[in-house]
Each structure stands twice: as C-alpha cells, then as structure tokens.
Design a protein around this ligand. Structure first.
Ligand SMILES: Cc1cc2nc3c(=O)[nH]c(=O)nc-3n(C[C@H](O)[C@H](O)[C@H](O)COP(=O)(O)OP(=O)(O)OC[C@H]3O[C@@H](n4cnc5c(N)ncnc54)[C@H](O)[C@@H]3O)c2cc1C
Length: 467
C-alpha cells in the first residue's frame, strides 16, 4: 500500500476511507460521461477532517476530487487523475434559519430542496430551484453556480450567497463574505469560489439569502404550431414590461416523451409549449395574466391554457420536471447541453439547432429555461454506436459555436467540468483563459484540487466514444 494511503487511513475513523473495488466503482461516475476509478474514497463529516485530508494530499501531491450527490452533467466530480474522491454527502446536514435576518446557514451536504422547504415554514423562499434540487447538495450547487426556472426573475446561486466557509487546497480554513446583505470589504472571494467547480477550495459551510415568498402565483401554458413563433413570443413578453418568475420551453418531442412517460394532458400536436409562472400580489397577477394572453394571441398562439387551481398548475410544472427522465427513455444515451444565448437570439439559436439536427441526421430535442436564453438541446443517441457518437461530438461542437456566434456562452448552469474544458479558449480567448489559470495556480500551487476540470489539458478533445 502506498504511504499516503496508509497515512490517510490513520487520519480518519475506521470505515470512512473506502478502498474496495466495489466502493471505488460507486464513485467513478456522475450524471455525464466517462468513468474514472479513484484510488480511495474519503467520507468526511467535519471541516477539520477536510483540512487534514487536504494537508496530507497537498504534501504527497495526490489529487482530491470533491463530490456531493454526483448529479453533475459536465464531469465535475470525476476522479480523472485518480487519487481521492472527497465525499461531502455524509457530512451532517444542518439548516440553521434566521427568519429575522432573512438568512440561513447550511452545511454542504444539505439537499437544496430542503432549504426551500425549511424557509417556506417561515413564509420565506430560497430562490434557486434547479430541477435536481431534491437530490443535489447545496455544496454541489455552490460549486456549479446552479440555476433553475426561477433564475429568470431571481438569478442563480451566486446571487443568493452572503458568505462561505472554505478549506483551501493547502488545508487552511477560511471565511469569505459574511452575514450581511451589504458587504464590500475587499475582493469578493465568495463570488470567486461560487462556480469554481471544486477547483479552488472545498465548501464546508454557507450563509444564504432568503426572500419573502410571493403571496400568489399564476401558471399559464401556451401552445404554438411553430417553434420559431414560440421563441419570438418569449422575446416579446420579456420586452413588454412583465418579468415572469419562470418561462420554460418544451419542443414537440419533449411534449410527446412526457405524455408517453407520465401523461398529464399536454397538447401533443403542438410544435412547442411555453409554461409561464407569474408571481406577486394577486391583483398584479390578474393584470399581467391578461397582458400575456394578449401578447400570445398577437404572436399567433395555437392555444392558451390556464390551469384550474393549484393542483392542475402543479401537474404542469411536474410535467416540465419530467422532461429529462422522459426523453432518457427514448434512446439509451442522452447528451445534455446548456449553451446559452442572449434572449433576443433565442429564435436564431432554435434555427441553428434545426440546421445541426439536419446536418448530422441526429435526434435533437430541446427544452429548458427559455426566458433566460438557457435552452437545453439534448442529443438522443446510443453510446455503443461509435460512428453515431463521432457525429454527436461534431454536433456538440457546432452547438457551442452557434451559441458563441450569437453572443452566448458554453454553459448557463451545468458547468464546464471535463466536457466543455476543450472549448474554453473559444469563448475566453488565450489571455482570458490564462488569467483564470493564474488564479487557480495561486490558490492551488500543487494543482491537487479537482485537476482535469475547467482548464483544458494539452491536446484534450471532447470524446464521447470508446473505440
Ligand atoms: C436530472 C437532472 C436535472 C438537473 N437539473 C439542473 C438544473 O435545473 N439546473 C442546474 O444548474 N443543474 C442541474 N443539474 C446538474 C446538477 O444537479 C447540478 O450541477 C448540481 O449542482 C450538482 O450537485 P451535486 O451535489 O450532485 O454535486 P456533484 O455532481 O457531486 O459535484 C458537482 C461539482 O461540485 C463540486 N463539489 C461538490 N461538493 C463540493 C463542495 N462541498 N465544495 C467544493 N466543491 C464541491 C464537485 O467537485 C463538482 O465539480 C441536473 C442534473 C440532473 C441529473
């Protein structure tokens, strides 16, 4: 046994350093592509343990890959260079609410959905609502800067973080930010850590912002017989002076997939639907609903559906959440992208997706947070079919290029991880990427924390097939 591993085992209580092949296999994948076996898995339960593991790893220059629930769609927690997977999901889950301050302190293992449930008991809300909130950890959300449908009105994770407790790659415990709404003391390290995908530090605690829960919500579903018209209706609504809380898009393939999976009565003959949620005072909602109905009619909507009551509305939102599992039933493999474009470019991005679909003859479906330009084109394929996967790789490259041509970005919320690292220079340019790398090098001089993520390695390409 290697010396570092022997020392690691003596560092933690028995049973919390896992080295059996079966255990290591369980930590070798996430929700994206690729499988990489770690040499060991460490289940930490307090910040001093995290610090001790990092100090040891730094001394021996052993890679450490933090991991929450492993739901990442870009390869973030994969141990691509072996070494240690640092399992943060066994950390005691603590939600400590301060309703009078409208804040909450959490430990990294807390499931994000549980923060909102706790806040609701006090008439409050934790705004970020990724579709995976019931399974993903807040640590993972902070590391990925995750977002969800409510991002349209309320922003993403970074907009709701006041302070963090972080263990640096050299094993020091630091605090960033604080507990106050306003805080301009020094360089904003909180924002630097949020979204750094586990490459700069391990998050062991966070103070998050809560807000009053809106008193009422109104759901509206609008069906279109033309995808481009739906895209234009989204832009039209957003420039009309109304800011919905959510504005989600599903194309026909997604509608049909959901109806085959868990039917709720979505209009399967529509080319696309937009599902909107307005929130606020009931009187405001009444006026805004009327205005939206007017816009949609003017934009040539095929049908406007107003759910009768909360239960029906909940069913529509549940249907939206079911898109991912429903389309996963169509073909064995689903390559999920989240390139994002300025909102006015949504119709153009939809056109480019259509061209890519035709060019490669692939099954491409689209859904997502259209209100903030964050569509999720998904390519449905079979990873055992090497020739098909080569086409998928080219189609993904074309999607990234299309988003960048339209002034967009590689990722709106799923992060860069291993999957998009080869394309970073395309968006940031050589110098921009180098500045990011210099920050990484100063935080992590030995490059032990989550290597192989975000920054492309020499000659790295997007590879979705194994010959
Ligand atoms: C069905 C499905 C739906 C999804 N929907 C959404 C969505 O709507 N919006 C969205 O943004 N994402 C979505 N995702 C992606 C995923 O759920 C998020 O990226 C989530 O934040 C990952 O959390 P996790 O706990 O699973 O972290 P993991 O997948 O385990 O890790 C994610 C990244 O965070 C790092 N990390 C984890 N914990 C820590 C920590 N304590 N300190 C430092 N780094 C850490 C890891 O190294 C890795 O880089 C979805 C995924 C699935 C499978």
């Amino acid at each position: 046994m290697e010396k570092w591993l022997e020392e690691l085992q003596s560092l933690l209580p028995e049973g919390r350093v896992l080295t059996s092949l079966a255990d290591r296999h369980s930590y070798s994948f996430d929700a994206s592509f690729g499988e990489h076996l770690p040499d060991a898995v460490v289940q930490v339960k307090e910040k001093q343990e995290v610090a001790d593991v990092l100090k040891l790893a730094n001394r021996y220059k052993v890679p450490v890959h933090p991991r929450g629930s492993g739901t990442c769609l870009s390869g973030g927690p994969l141990p691509v260079h072996g070494g240690i997977v640092l399992d943060m999901s066994q950390y005691p889950a603590v939600i400590d609410l301060s309703p009078r301050d409208l804040t909450v302190k959490v430990t990294p293992s807390v499931l994000t959905g549980n923060i909102n449930k706790a806040a609701e008991q006090h008439g409050l809300m934790y705004a970020p609502d990724p579709s995976s909130a019931h399974v993903a950890t807040i640590g993972g959300n902070l590391a990925e800067n995750s977002g969800g449908p409510r991002g349209l009105k309320y922003g993403v994770t970074k907009d709701h973080v006041l302070g963090l407790e972080v263990v640096t790659p050299e094993g020091e415990i630091i605090k960033t930010g604080g507990q106050t709404i306003k805080n301009v003391t020094g360089i904003d390290l909180t924002k630097l850590i949020v979204g750094s995908e586990g490459t700069l530090g391990v998050i062991v605690g966070a103070t998050l912002k809560l807000m009053p829960k809106p008193p009422a919500v109104q759901t509206i579903m609008v069906a279109f017989d033309d995808v481009r018209k739906a895209g234009e209706a989204i832009s039209q609504t957003l420039t009309s002076g109304i800011l919905p809380a959510k504005m989600e898009f599903m194309d026909q393939a997604c509608i049909v997939a959901v109806e085959n999976f868990q039917p709720v009565g979505l209009p399967v003959d529509a080319a696309a639907v937009i599902i909107i949620e307005l929130d606020g005072h009931p009187e405001t909602l009444r006026v805004e609903r009327g205005l939206i109905e007017g816009i949609m009619e003017e934009m040539g909507a095929k049908e406007i559906i107003i759910p009768k009551g909360d239960e029906e509305a909940a069913k529509l939102w549940h249907a939206r959440k079911q898109v991912s599992p429903a389309i996963a039933k169509i073909k064995p493999t689903k390559v999920s992208e989240d390139a994002t474009v300025p909102r006015s470019k949504i119709p153009d991005f939809m056109d480019r997706l259509e061209i890519i679909k035709e060019k490669y003859g692939l099954d491409v479906v689209a859904f997502g947070h259209a209100g903030d330009g964050n569509l999720h084109p998904n390519i449905l394929c079979d990873k055992r079919n090497v020739e098909e996967m080569k086409l998928v790789e080219r189609a993904v490259e074309d999607m990234f290029q299309a988003a960048l041509d339209l002034g967009g970005t590689l990722s709106g919320e799923h992060g860069i991880g291993t999957m998009k690292a080869p394309f970073m220079e395309l968006e940031l340019g050589e110098v921009g990427l180098d500045m990011m790398k210099r920050i990484k090098d100063s935080w992590d001089p030995n490059g032990i924390l989550n290597p192989g993520k975000v920054f492309p390695e020499k000659g790295q390409k997007l590879v979705l097939h194994h010959d």
